[in-house]
Structure formats: C-alpha cells, structure tokens
Design a protein around this ligand. Structure first.
Ligand SMILES: Nc1ncnc2c1ncn2[C@@H]1O[C@H](COP(=O)(O)OP(=O)(O)O)[C@@H](O)[C@H]1O
Ligand SMILES: [Mg+2]
Length: 138
C-alpha cells in the first residue's frame, strides 16, 4: 500500500486534489473518505463531482444516507455516520452499487469489511487550523 500526505491550506488546494482524483476514477471506483466532522469530506466531494460532470447541487447525505448524481457515470455519495447496525449496512446493497458507478463514502468505517481491495482511501485531518489529507491506495 502506498500513502501520500498533502496539505490542504486552502479550498483551492482541496479543489486541486479533487481534480487529480477525478481523473483516476472510473465506473467501479470506490472512494472512502475518513475524518472527523468538519474536516472537509463533503466539500471535497462537491469539488470532485464538479470535475465528474455533475451539474446538480451536491449536498451532505448525512440524513438521507445516500445521494445519487448523474455525471458521466452515476455517482453514489453516501454518509454512513448514522448507521450503527451491521444489518443496516448490508441493506445498502453496497456491492451492487459499487459496480454500477463511482461510489464515494463518508464515515466508511462501519462498512470497512465490504470495501473492495482497490478502494482509494483519503483521511482528512484538521488540527490547529492545519488541514491535511493522507491518501492511501494499493
Ligand atoms: N481546504 C479547505 N480550506 C478551508 N476550508 C475548508 C477546506 N475544506 C473544507 N473547508 C470548509 O470546512 C467546512 C466543513 O466541511 P465539510 O465538507 O462539511 O466537512 P465534513 O463533510 O468532513 O463534515 C466547510 O465550510 C468547508 O467549506
Ligand atoms: Mg460531510
């Protein structure tokens, strides 16, 4: 596994990261976004979706669990923060979602075991006003 740490000193840095990541995504790609509340997972997703050709407004799926957007490829944006039981996780039918488009998951910990081996993982951090992201991929 390879990891890379980058600074996200500004929103523009996050946008630039989104631009780079967007180029790597294809149908079947899974992106897991880790990090505490307010670290920028949804903001990053909004920028990413722009680069993936989404013209709709991208909002946080924390209450609805999942939003679906029409980009060049269908995009599924999930937030699993509120899920506590394994049954609820299974009900999402993640495996079928994964193969139908690009899947972006905030708070993916609860579904960790279901993530494909080639999942691109980004851990967002915000400490002492310093934002960083650690990207890991196989
Ligand atoms: N690189 C950045 N620089 C400055 N502010 C940022 C950056 N990334 C995100 N933000 C801001 O942080 C706030 C919280 O981001 P959000 O994406 O909602 O966090 P999360 O989804 O991780 O809870 C938003 O107001 C967003 O504009
Ligand atoms: Mg969020």
């Amino acid at each position: 596994m390879q990891t890379q740490e980058i600074n996200l000193n500004s929103k523009e840095d996050t946008r630039e990261l989104a631009r780079k990541i967007a180029k790597q995504l294809v149908k079947g790609s899974v992106l897991a976004l880790y990090g505490q509340l307010g670290t920028g997972k949804t903001f990053f997703t909004q920028k990413l979706c722009k680069f993936l050709g989404v013209s709709e407004v991208v909002s946080s799926p924390s209450y609805v669990l999942m939003n679906e957007y029409r980009g060049k490829i269908p995009i599924f944006h999930l937030d699993l923060y509120r899920l506590t039981s394994w049954e609820e996780v299974l009900e999402l039918g993640l495996e079928e979602l994964f193969e139908s488009g690009i899947t972006i998951i905030e708070w993916p910990e609860v579904a960790e075991e279901l993530l494909p081996p080639n999942t691109l993982k980004i851990k967002f951090n915000l400490q002492n006003n310093i934002r960083t992201a650690v990207i890991s991929y196989n």
